[in-house]
Design a protein. Structure first.
Length: 256
């Protein structure tokens, strides 16, 4: 079954849509907490979660003995880019704007499969020219060694849009960075967060997981809401050599 067929099959069931709504409202829930809101057994809910995970709509991660489930909006972004963007761009902004008020620091998890090699994917993440193709025309500069700084800049900006430190550099499988957004006052007030890029070969493709964590509970959605579009653009560039042409993808490039 095609990946997009799995997405539509998963979304066709009202119970699975309700589970996605609950993760949209409060991300990172356990099976127990999700089951408590449904008149169903844990086994039944677990089966629905498995279908959602197979479609890439959720991502699960273990934290100690708990298995937490996170909404992964990337497949919905891909549906938008292929079918919806020609009709309405604001619809996607609502899907990507995942802002939740949690007691602890927020953690956002995004996952996508790309038909490429780990080496080529690593190059696309770290090469300043390729980065402009999928991150709103912004380029990145660093020597990519552990402890080294990096900066993300745009020709139209007077100062860097983002800066941080490369904490872990394990080419071509893992990159851990601090992130301090500088593009606006709200983003800058959020302080420093952390971004982890994990690359895992799967057959002739790679699974790329981006974990954006150590976010303050009141972090503005602009800090993490752009990841689905960035990762969709990265996939498009690596698989087709083309850039996304949705209005959201072009809005900053037009300022160049």
């Amino acid at each position: 079954m095609h990946d997009m067929d799995l997405v539509f099959r998963a979304l066709a069931d009202p119970t699975r849509r309700a589970l996605l709504d609950e993760l949209f409202a409060r991300d990172g829930q356990t099976l127990v907490s999700l089951t408590a809101r449904h008149d169903m057994t844990r086994i039944a809910v677990a089966k629905h979660l498995k279908i959602l995970e197979d479609a890439g709509l959720i991502v699960s991660r273990r934290r100690g003995r708990e298995k937490l489930h996170y909404l992964n909006p990337v497949p919905i972004r891909l549906v938008h880019d292929r079918w919806v963007s020609k009709y309405t761009e604001p619809w996607a902004a609502g899907l990507a704007g995942l802002k939740h008020e949690l007691e602890d620091q927020m953690e956002k998890v995004f996952e996508i499969y790309i038909r490429t090699t780990p080496e080529r994917l690593w190059e696309a993440i770290t090469d300043p020219v390729i980065r402009t193709k999928y991150q709103f025309g912004a380029s990145i500069e660093s020597d990519w060694t552990a402890g080294s700084p990096y900066r993300l800049g745009h020709p139209a900006a007077e100062r860097p849009l983002m800066e941080g430190e490369n904490l872990v550099v394990e080419r071509p499988n893992r990159l851990v960075q601090t992130m301090r957004a500088l593009w606006g006052p709200d983003a800058e007030r959020a302080g420093t967060s952390r971004v982890t890029w994990e690359i895992e070969p799967v057959g002739d493709s790679c699974r790329l997981t981006v974990v954006h964590d150590q976010l303050p509970p009141d972090a503005p959605a602009e800090l993490y809401g752009g990841w689905p579009m960035i990762l969709s653009g990265l996939q498009t560039w690596l698989e087709t050599g083309q850039t996304l042409t949705t209005p959201g993808s072009l809005m900053y490039q037009q300022a160049r």
